[in-house]
Design a protein around this ligand. Structure first.
Ligand SMILES: [Zn+2]
Length: 209
């Protein structure tokens, strides 16, 4: 029953991109295939189909006030993280007059920003080969915020602030030491600095230390 409903929901979506059509037709069945070809995901529905276990967490909602000729205008800003618990993560930002719209905009943006995270066990104290931590130390930056992440042994847990725990939790990484530097009261910068650090699990060459 639920399967039929899912199919109907997918059939109700009209893809606008070639990749979207191939995903809907079942000719592309994984995100790897898309990334390996150097292609970009431009429709959130592609992520819904390829990562059916994607979880969403609202990291924060703020009020943005702007002076216009007509007076002060306020809008809500939402920061959302999505992850499948298996090494995929996205962060998105959405602004709207209604909280709900801001969240759904941010969620769609987070889906389009989904990237693969390389997991592993780079902890010398542990040395197992399970993907419970990071393969090596990584760093990330956004604005004045800098984040450092070190692989940790099994059973350590996620050591760091609240957002580190939520975001890393969405990737499936369970053991990790993190340190945050800079103005750590700016949620958007923290979220994007963490995202940047995790993206570096694929772009950075391992340097010991
Ligand atoms: Zn280990």
């Amino acid at each position: 029953m639920s399967r039929t409903q899912d199919r109907t929901a997918e059939a109700g979506w009209t893809p606008k991109t070639k990749i979207g059509k191939l995903v809907q037709e079942g000719k592309i069945t994984s995100l790897e295939e898309i990334y390996m070809q150097g292609q970009k995901v431009l429709e959130p529905e592609i992520i819904d189909i390829l990562l059916p276990n994607l979880e969403q967490k609202v990291l924060g909602i703020g009020l943005v006030q702007k002076q216009t000729d007509a007076g002060e205008r306020s809008r809500f800003k939402a920061v959302v993280a999505v992850g499948d618990g298996q090494g995929y993560l996205g962060i998105g930002l959405g602004k709207a007059r209604q909280v709900r719209t801001a969240i759904s905009k941010a969620t769609a943006q987070a889906k389009l920003a989904v990237i693969p995270i390389r997991r592993g066990c780079g902890s010398w104290e542990c040395g197992c080969s399970l993907p419970h931590s990071l393969p090596f130390k990584v760093q990330g930056k956004c604005g004045s915020v800098r984040v450092e992440m070190h692989p940790g042994p099994r059973g350590l847990g996620l050591v760091g602030g609240e957002f580190v725990k939520i975001i890393l939790g969405l990737t499936g990484i369970r053991d990790c030491w993190t340190r945050t530097f800079g103005s750590t009261n700016t949620l958007t910068s923290i979220a994007y600095a963490i995202y940047d650090a995790l993206r570096n699990t694929y772009t950075m060459v391992n340097v010991a230390g």
